[in-house]
Design a protein around this ligand. Structure first.
Ligand SMILES: Nc1ncnc2c1ncn2[C@@H]1O[C@H](COP(=O)(O)OP(=O)(O)O)[C@@H](O)[C@H]1O
Ligand SMILES: Nc1ccn([C@@H]2O[C@H](COP(=O)(O)O)[C@@H](O)[C@H]2O)c(=O)n1
Length: 205
């Protein structure tokens, strides 16, 4: 089976999940999805207070080697046991999820195109772009509602690490993308990628 890997990168709160989840809802089990976020490193013998202070926007906070290994296995048609990350505990959970190889696999994450070996695995590279003010406002709502955070914590983390790391490691990868889209809700981009995926799925039958 020929496997096409589609990387969907962009800043935190830009709309990556919105875009990739729309595609997954449309194609359902015909495609698979892998989140780089699930590859945040397991932190052993650390207190919660220590884990809160980690710079989660620096490439070193992620076990990208494991993601690369897993994507290579998926490319070979093999199934992987993907880690699962628990944002409220700032640590990997004990569970894993089984991800099957499919002709099209979406991969999502802020730092996908920063690592050269990882970047080179993608057949299609998409960057979701969005203004910084919109991204932080969305992040505040999401992190408070879904990731067990409080307003002060989200703001402190944004100013100390998210914003400077975005400028250093995320925004420079915009120019490496094949396609830059301005919103996860952009219907033109959605139709373009949908049609491309339909073509790949048809050819794989
Ligand atoms: N263009 C948009 N307009 C309004 N809200 C949006 C838009 N894009 C995303 N959102 C909302 O912002 C939040 C973060 O979006 P998400 O797709 O999870 O971002 P990312 O995966 O890039 O961090 C979600 O609640 C989502 O519904
Ligand atoms: N324990 C953690 C781990 C990561 N983050 C933040 O997640 C962001 C990436 O995820 P998106 O869905 O927003 O793309 C990244 O900016 C990290 O700061 C966290 O807050 N806590």
């Amino acid at each position: 089976m020929n496997v096409t890997l589609i990387g969907i990168a962009g800043g935190s709160g830009s709309g990556k999940s919105t875009f990739s989840n729309r595609l997954k809802s449309y194609f359902k089990d015909q495609i698979s999805i892998v989140y780089h976020d699930n590859y945040y490193k397991k932190q052993i013998d650390t207190t919660f207070e220590e884990r809160v202070k980690v710079n989660y926007d620096h490439p070193s906070s992620l076990e990208t080697d494991l993601l690369i290994q897993h994507l290579k296995l998926l490319k070979q048609g093999k199934t992987i046991e993907c880690p699962v990350y628990d944002f409220s505990n700032h640590n990997r959970s004990e569970e894993t999820i089984c991800i099957e190889s499919k002709p099209v696999i979406l991969v999502e994450g802020i730092l996908l195109f920063e690592n050269e070996e990882l970047r080179n695995l993608f057949d299609i590279k998409i960057y979701v772009d969005s203004d910084a003010d919109e991204r932080i406002l969305r992040r505040i709502l999401r992190d408070v509602e879904q990731r067990g955070r409080d307003l002060n914590g989200v703001i402190t983390q944004y100013l100390n690490t998210v914003k400077p790391m975005h400028a250093l490691y995320v925004e420079p990868t915009r120019q490496m993308a094949d396609l830059v889209i301005n919103s996860g809700f952009n219907d033109v981009a959605f139709d373009l990628i949908c049609n491309q995926i339909k073509k790949i799925l048809k050819e794989s039958r």
